[in-house]
Design a protein around this ligand. Structure first.
Ligand code: SF4
Ligand code: SF4
Length: 178
């Protein structure tokens, strides 16, 4: 009898000490999520090739493509989580390897809102690109442009040097130059 009573007391005190998942305050304590849990998207702007496949496959038009200031790979997806149904198709279709450029388990899991209109902006997965990255990409693009221009000029000069009688006057068809 006494042992049973003590066991009951222990169980109750344990239950009081340990909060059940339902009692956790999701604003301060993130829940444990399994590896394949579908939470907020993580978008990698460095590996994304801007193919637009994720945008095209999205069944609810939750994705918009953000324009980047580069010549190549100049778009990257952004996601409106208030529209998204977390189907995962955008992640499935992303062709980049070995890592997908858009994944659903790389961000927040506890997406709650106060319910105000102003909270709507927190439902967006925006892609913020550091200015230093933008500058380095633009510099690299400019260097490639200059290199290509120089190579084209070089080829042009070589081609004109190979031409017969180039730069030595009008050809004389009677045997010699005028
Ligand atoms: S998870 Fe589905 S609904 Fe959400 S952005 Fe990706 S494709 Fe669209
Ligand atoms: S499918 Fe992948 S690589 Fe293509 S735009 Fe979307 S995130 Fe980028």
């Amino acid at each position: 009898m006494i042992i049973e009573l003590m066991q009951k007391v222990l169980r109750v005190s344990k239950a009081l000490r340990e909060k059940s998942p339902a009692q956790l305050d999701v604003r301060t304590q993130t829940m444990h999520a399994p590896e394949r849990y579908r939470g907020e998207h993580r978008i990698d702007y460095e590996t994304c090739i801007g193919c637009d496949a994720c945008n095209k496959i999205c069944p609810v038009h939750a994705i918009t493509m953000k324009k980047l200031p580069f010549k190549k790979q100049n778009i990257v997806p952004e996601v409106n989580l208030s529209v998204c149904i977390f189907c995962g198709l955008c992640e499935d279709v992303c062709p980049t390897k070995p890592e997908k450029s858009i994944v659903l388990s790389g961000g927040r899991y506890d997406m709650i809102s106060g319910g105000w209109h102003s909270d709507q902006k927190s439902f967006w997965v925006h892609v913020d690109i550091p200015q230093s990255y933008i500058d380095s990409r633009l510099e690299a693009e400019e260097a490639t442009r200059v290199k290509k221009e120089l190579e084209a000029k070089k080829k042009e000069a070589l081609a004109s040097a190979k031409k017969p009688n180039s730069g030595s006057g009008t050809p004389d068809f009677s045997g010699g130059t005028v």
